[in-house]
Structure formats: C-alpha cells, structure tokens
Design a protein around this ligand. Structure first.
Ligand code: A3D
Length: 320
C-alpha cells in the first residue's frame, strides 16, 4: 500500500516541527511548502538526513509551487504570520486572510481529497475562510486549537496535583481566544469532575480559578516569554494527534474547530467542540450539556468568532 502523503503548508516554526514529528512517527511522505525559497527545501533535507539516524523510511521534499502538494492525503496549514508581544490573535486577521485565499485555492486545485487541518490564527475565522476558499466538504476541513488549549489545561492540573497527565481529561470549548471556555464540570482527574476534586482537597476553588485563567492566557504567556513568535511544540503535537486519528481511523474524540450545522444551537460557523475524528474527517459532533454559566461563556466566545467572520466578509466581499 502506498504511504500517505502529508503536505505542510507553511514551513516556519510549527511547520518544521510538524515535519520532524511526522517523520519520527513514520506517518507518511512529507512535503513542506512555503513562499520563502530555500526554507522548505532546507528543513526537508535536514530532517531527511535525520531519518537515517532515527531509522524511519519516509521521504521529505520542499516546494515553493502548489504542484508539490498534489494528491496529498492530509494538509496542515500554518502559513501566515504569528503573534508578537502586545498583539492579539485578531490583529493577524487582515494579513492571514489573504494567505488563506492563496492556500485554499492551492488545495482546491491540487489536493481536493485531502483532510485539512488549519492552525493559522485567528483560528476559528481562518478555518472558516479556508473552507470557503477551498470549497472542500466541511467535514474535511477543521481547525486545531482545542487539543492545545485542553492540553494546557490538563498540564496545569497535573502540575498542581502531581497526578499523571495520562489520567487527566480536560476540555476547552469555544473560540480560540482569551474568552475560550474551559469546561470545569466536564474535566476530570481519574474520572473525578474538577468541582469534586475541590471537595476532596486536590486544590482550592481559588487555585482552580487561577488554573482556568492561566489556561485562557496560555498562548500569550508563551508569546511574552519567546518575544519573537508564538508556541510551536505543543501546537504541532496537537495537530499531529488530529492527523493520526484521521489517517489511522482511530475515531478519537478531540476538541476541534468544526463546522456547526445546528449543533449547540448554531449554524454556519466554526467553533471548538468535541468531535470524533476518523477516516471521513469530523464524523460526529458531541454535544456537552451546559448550565447557564457555561452557556453564557460559550455565547460570548461565539460572538467573538462571529465578529471575526463578519470582518473577513468586509475585507473580502467574495466571502459574503
Ligand atoms: P512562522 O514561524 O512565522 O511560520 C509561518 C510560515 O508561513 C513562514 O515560514 C512564512 O514564510 C509562511 N508563509 C507566509 N505567507 C505564506 C503564504 N502565502 N503561503 C505559504 N506560506 C506562507 O509561524 P508559526 O509556525 O509559529 O505559526 C504559524 C501560524 O500558526 C500563525 O498564524 C500562528 O498565530 C498560528 N498558531 C496557532 C495556534 C493555535 O492554537 C490555533 C498556536 C500557535 C500558533
């Protein structure tokens, strides 16, 4: 059987890390694409040489022409610009919307059967625009944010309690902004919902509130430390988990930005909710029960996403 072909559109910090992980995990043959001449070729050659050391049989190539992504099974999109200190994700909208147009058209022409994972920010609006520009089925175009945000939430809980990260299941829904919704009641440590962990003395309510706040600002915390860009290791790992669930038809339940068609009472936009990822893409959406407080937080987050989509339509009237 032929190996899967994985196209990484954008070969910057996340793109290069994706290529390294995909090669080490022998997920398929890899093409790095970028507008910068030499960057995708250099990273491809560097990692290809490493395959002889870590002993995995995959090929890596670099490309500056969309023909290079022809017939890809999976496309992971990081093309665009990241945040610098003082910038919000929304500040990237104007520049990255133009990038999504070029990328969407490239995928439409050369890889119309691919499963597409968008990482470019502001995430929920960019994955919506990328789907519009590419014309691919909604189930085959999804955004990565929830796996990362939930991973951060789970890590902070593990750090606080000393419990293994493997036994913590944390969920963060909504848009990928500072008003994302960490789902405290649905997140568990060894099956115990977080409010009960407070009762059992794992942490105080104040400590839990501080972890929720840190999760919401998790991206900004890394931007402030790095100063030159944003997080890339954890975002890359998160997208690989999603790609693997598709390629291996694992049907993992992962929080992803998916297109809603009536679920959660919403239609016509992308926002983060738990979805089953298998060989057909986002195969099923799981609807969490929400109380009034969670509903209000989710609605606020959705409002921000709707505002960004409206801004996309103003900037590019072809999207209206
Ligand atoms: P960076 O290292 O700058 O890489 C971006 C790459 O895109 C660069 O190599 C550019 O040359 C390339 N590029 C720019 N325009 C085009 C184009 N038209 N076609 C092809 N390539 C192009 O950034 P990064 O890898 O650190 O981040 C990439 C994106 O991911 C940014 O928008 C970040 O904000 C975003 N990001 C999202 C998350 C989420 O959780 C959603 C997390 C971290 C970063």
């Amino acid at each position: 059987m032929a190996r899967a072909k994985i196209a990484l559109i954008g070969s910057g910090m996340i793109g290069g890390t994706l290529a390294h992980i995909a090669a080490r995990e022998e997920l398929g043959d890899i093409v790095l694409f970028d507008i910068m001449e030499g960057t995708p070729q250099g990273k491809a050659l560097d990692i290809a040489e490493a395959t002889a050391v870590f002993g995995k049989d995959v090929t890596l190539k670099g490309a500056n022409d969309y023909a290079g992504i022809a017939d890809a099974d999976v496309c992971i999109v990081t093309a665009g610009v990241p945040r610098k200190p003082g910038m919000s994700r929304d500040d990237l909208l104007g520049i990255n919307l133009k990038v999504m147009k070029a990328v969407g058209e490239g995928i439409k022409q050369y890889a119309p059967n691919a499963f597409v994972i968008c990482i470019t920010n502001p995430l929920d609006a960019m994955v919506w625009a990328l789907r519009e520009f590419s014309g691919l089925p909604h189930k085959k175009v999804i955004g990565m944010a929830g796996v990362l945000d939930s991973g951060r939430f789970a890590y902070f809980l593990a750090e606080k309690t000393g419990v293994s990260v493997e036994d913590i299941h944390a969920w963060t829904l909504g848009g990928h902004g500072d008003d994302m919704v960490p789902m405290v009641r649905h997140s568990t440590i060894g099956g115990l919902p977080l409010p009960e962990c407070v009762t059992q003395g794992f942490f105080t309510q104040e400590e839990l509130d501080a972890i929720v706040k840190r999760t919401r600002g998790g991206g900004g915390e890394i931007v402030a430390l790095l100063k030159t860009g944003s997080a890339f290791y954890a975002p890359a790992e998160s997208a690989i988990a999603m790609a693997k669930s598709y390629l291996l038809d694992k049907k993992r339940v992962l929080p992803c930005a998916v297109y809603l068609n009536g679920e959660y009472g919403l239609r016509g936009l992308y926002v983060g909710v738990p979805a089953v990822i298998g060989k057909d893409g986002a195969e099923r959406i799981i609807e969490f029960s929400t109380n009034d407080e969670e509903k209000a937080m989710f609605a606020k987050s959705v409002e921000s996403v709707q505002g960004l989509i409206a801004a996309c339509k103003t900037i590019d009237p072809s999207l209206a």
